[in-house]
Design a protein around this ligand. Structure first.
Ligand SMILES: Cc1cc2nc3c(=O)[nH]c(=O)nc-3n(C[C@H](O)[C@H](O)[C@H](O)COP(=O)(O)OP(=O)(O)OC[C@H]3O[C@@H](n4cnc5c(N)ncnc54)[C@H](O)[C@@H]3O)c2cc1C
Length: 391
């Protein structure tokens, strides 16, 4: 029987597999990752490519390898040199470098050999083991680690769902089948959203000469280097967080996370690219939408908008990720949740007996950085500390 089955092969699942594989006395065959994609990190690769991201928002010390300076070292090797690129502040790596480094780590640690392609459907107890029912068959394991992120739940506002039902050209930049190159340049395109993804997507779509792109955001664009204050990575802010009850922790997370913001260099690039004939910005709240003969009409608090197509960059639905799989787990194992729906877990990230979580599912314990790359690294420390205590 395997020791660990990690459900989800994104940044979190892949980093934690790498970390667990490094623990003494745990042979590689004892850890597997189940994820429906063709390869690990596929959702990350797709989403970051779709929005035209060029540099990460986080520093080069946030990645899926164990040594903190691993990206810098990789950037000096023949394999990494041609991808090397960092921008200030905090030496943020180029997306190409981050991606190549991740591929290198996955190959070096043989993490791809631990990937089982499939989807977790349900969990059953069988003595000291769990049997995870999956689309790839039943998998027995002593421990389960849920590393399910937000990538499967892009946010579609109700008016956009209506338009889609009527046959209008509406896509979401995080939809699995979204292809930026397939967005026709002719006619007006509205990109809806006010964060880094929306701005990068608008910039990328406006890069062709015939483009007519308008970015529509509810609020003025907000500049912030990170999507949360870095004090939330360490004890400076987290000490206070741990003293709060879960309701206050939820309020803190919602207050200090800045999902609709963008770093300075993206803001500057956007402002420099604004051009009345190619790329414009409208601050407007969309109230209603209608569709007739290839024309989308939006009613907003700032007047009407007319377009041929809409690209949503409206982030993710904020509900607990994991869908039916996690709903069933909660029901079958009587797992505790805060009224916001998110798990209440121990300091070792254990939600139920030998059921562990990371990423958004762990955010009431890991804090506001839980969803980010550094959240995986913090979760790893908490997980190992808990295992150490048990020994
Ligand atoms: C465009 C973009 C840019 C970002 N840039 C940064 C950045 O620069 N720095 C930073 O720190 N953070 C960044 N983030 C935030 C965060 O780090 C990423 O979203 C990261 O990919 C989250 O990883 P994850 O593993 O938690 O989730 P996901 O990427 O969602 O991976 C989870 C995986 O689990 C799979 N899964 C779901 N349900 C099941 C199931 N039942 N069975 C099996 N598998 C399942 C999913 O298919 C998916 O492959 C960015 C996010 C986005 C969207």
């Amino acid at each position: 029987m395997r020791e660990w089955l990690i459900v989800g092969g994104g940044i979190h699942g892949t980093y934690l597999a790498n970390l667990l594989l490094d623990q003494p006395g745990l042979p590689a065959e004892n850890i597997d990752i189940i994820d429906p994609h063709d390869h690990l990190l596929e959702a990350w690769d797709r989403m970051t490519a779709n929005c035209g991201m060029r540099y990460l928002r986080s520093p080069a010390t946030h990645h899926i390898d164990l040594p903190i300076l691993s990206i810098y070292q990789f950037a000096k090797t023949p394999a990494g040199r041609s991808f090397a690129g960092f921008i200030p502040p905090y030496n943020r790596p180029a997306l190409g470098l981050f991606r190549e480094h991740s591929r290198h780590v996955i190959a070096r640690s043989h993490l791809d050999e631990r990937h089982i392609q499939g989807r977790g459907l349900a969990l059953h107890r069988d003595g000291p083991a769990y049997v995870v029912e999956t689309t790839a068959g039943d998998l027995r394991t002593r421990r389960v680690l849920l590393a399910i992120g937000m990538s499967e739940q892009p946010c579609w506002p109700a008016w956009a769902q209506d338009l889609r039902r009527q046959g209008a050209s509406v896509t979401h930049v995080f939809d699995p089948d979204f292809k930026r190159d397939a967005v026709a340049p002719a006619g007006a395109t509205l990109v809806v959203g006010g964060g880094i993804t929306a701005v990068q997507t608008a910039l990328a779509l406006a890069a062709v000469p015939e483009a007519d792109v308008t970015l529509v955001a509810r609020r003025p664009l907000q500049e912030s280097q990170f999507d949360f204050n870095p004090c939330w990575i360490g004890p400076k802010c987290l000490r206070r967080f741990y003293q709060e009850d879960y309701a206050a922790r939820r309020a803190t997370i919602d207050e200090v996370r800045l999902p609709g913001s963008l770093p300075g260099e993206v803001m500057q690039e956007f402002q420099a690219a604004l051009d009345p004939s190619h790329l414009t910005f409208r601050q407007a709240a969309i109230q209603k939408a209608s569709y007739d003969r290839d024309t989308i009409r939006l009613q907003t608090d700032e007047g009407p908008l007319i377009a041929r197509r809409i690209v949503l960059a409206t982030g993710f639905r904020q509900e607990r990720p994991g869908g039916r799989f996690v709903d069933r787990l909660i029901q079958d194992f009587d797992l505790p949740c805060n009224p916001c729906g998110y798990p209440i877990v121990g300091p070792d990230l254990q939600w139920g007996p030998n059921i562990f979580v990371t990423g958004p599912l762990a955010e009431l314990q890991v804090g506001p950085c839980a969803r980010n790359i550094v959240g995986a690294r913090n979760a790893g420390r908490m997980l190992l500390a808990g295992l150490e205590q048990k020994r």
